[in-house]
Write a protein of this length. Structure first.
Length: 186
């Protein structure tokens, strides 16, 4: 299977605080190791505060705000989890619109843990088979998704391919699948 992201830029959308650090850094490393260029996008450009569960961890620099980011610049989108991160993103109209634009453009999206909350707000989960952190299950089902308890789910039933995983323990499968999926996309 294809595994090269050479020449592809991948957006990582996060809130200014609350991102689960390992769900940002492990996919970021996987994109770099596959030859891609990750770019951090947030609700505003500047520092973001990542967390190790509820404990503040490292800070990272968001290059662009979601309002200033253009889907045409990216081959795919990664949505890291953390409880507060997607909860903050789903209240930001520009962040929700940016995430939705990948579905409208037919570009792949990968979301882990609580990240599907942002996709629920974007109204792009109806009819999709997905997984997530267990507490997000009811929200996904109520939004029309088919929820399954698997370490990684790749769903092509829709305008794009959607990769989802449940939790940090699923990161090896999540990273492998998102790289394969993003490499296949035009």
């Amino acid at each position: 299977m294809a595994s090269s992201l050479n020449g592809k830029k991948i957006a990582f959308l996060v809130a200014p605080e609350g991102t689960e650090q390992v769900e940002l850094t492990e996919p970021w490393k996987a994109v770099e190791q596959a030859g891609g260029t990750p770019e951090l996008v947030s609700t505003e450009a500047g520092k973001i505060q990542a967390f190790n569960h509820l404990t503040p961890a490292d800070t990272f620099d968001a290059e662009k705000s979601a309002a200033d980011a253009d889907v045409s610049e990216y081959a795919g989108l990664v949505l890291p989890g953390g409880v507060a991160n997607p909860d903050l993103l789903r209240t930001d109209a520009a962040a929700v619109a940016f995430a939705k634009s990948f579905f409208d453009a037919g570009k792949p999206v990968a979301a882990i843990c609580h990240a599907p909350w942002t996709l629920i707000e974007a109204d792009v989960v109806r009819g999709r088979t997905m997984t997530s952190w267990p507490s997000v299950k009811t929200d996904l089902v109520n939004a029309g998704a088919n929820w399954v308890d698997d370490e990684v789910v790749e769903c092509s039933r829709g305008p794009n391919t959607l990769v989802t995983s449940r939790k940090p323990d699923d990161l090896p499968a999540f990273c492998r699948t998102l790289i394969e999926t993003f490499a296949k996309s035009g």
